[in-house]
Design a protein around this ligand. Sequence first.
Ligand SMILES: [Cu+2]
Length: 334
Amino acid sequence: MIFLVVDWALSVKDPNGNLIWKTTTAHSHAGIMNFNVAFPMAGESIISLTANSIGPKMMGMDVPPKAFTHTMLSGALSGFETDPANNFGSRTYEFPVNVLSQKQSRTIDGADGTQIKVELSTTNDQIVAGQPTTLVLTTTNAQGDDPMTTHVDALIKIRKGYYVGTESADRGSEMMPMNGAYHGHLGQISLTTTFPSAGNYVVTAELNSLGVSKVQFGMTDIRFNVQVSENVSSSSISDVNTIDPNTVGIVGLEAPFYSPNNFSTKVGQEITFDNVDANFHTVTSGSASSGPNGEFDSGLLSAGDKYSLTLDKAGTYEYFCTIHTNMVGTITVS
Ligand SMILES: [Cu+2]
């Protein structure tokens, strides 16, 4: 199914339910969106897509028929029908994504029938671009009862495409394998590095056992993929509130919609709504199901617009966006 002319937004929640990434509310003329996001931690993350149709009326004004949302089940792009059912309101679709742990281990063959198990782990679950991360490579003997390995050298390379993030110096001759490479006396090697940007990195390690090593596995190599997430914290969403405690950010079609979504204030205190999204929104008292109740209405706020509101009676006020009716928020006045 293809939608023509819609507003929409995408967000991603991590397995703990924290919002880790969110688009501004986008408007597009054909229903195709693509995006890049790196998942910061293992577990089930949820991608939410909210689509909002544009109907014959918006904020009480007529919308030209060409600007309505059209739903096309099949056929040519120009052959869509202008069916009133195309005005489907706001709908949210959730897509769970199962992210595998950054902790990875693999058993690889060494020389003379030896086998070693190599584990890559990180000191923190979340590898964030621009922040130092320690990678730990642990090599153990995969055969017999004694897992101990000793005196392991590694030449570690971290790459993303043509970008070389970290590369230890060449390990030199086999006689002097420690030259410039990383060395672990008990088969454990750590490397602290900073990934410059989000995305998928390839970590390769050329491993070598010294002559004094407990397991003589010779030279072998291993490769791991590491996901690095964007340096976007949920603080970028709440920032607008930390600047001024009496400000509510209008953050768009995906939850929390208005940040903070449930806002508490005092009688007579001025509240500023700040449209930090890239699309038009309103702050209108009432609810999507029963419509505006006339207590307050910001009218159309474009990107960057502000709306000030002072409530003189204690109580709980529900409000919504008359363009994107899934956008709802609450103000509690005491
Ligand atoms: Cu809106």
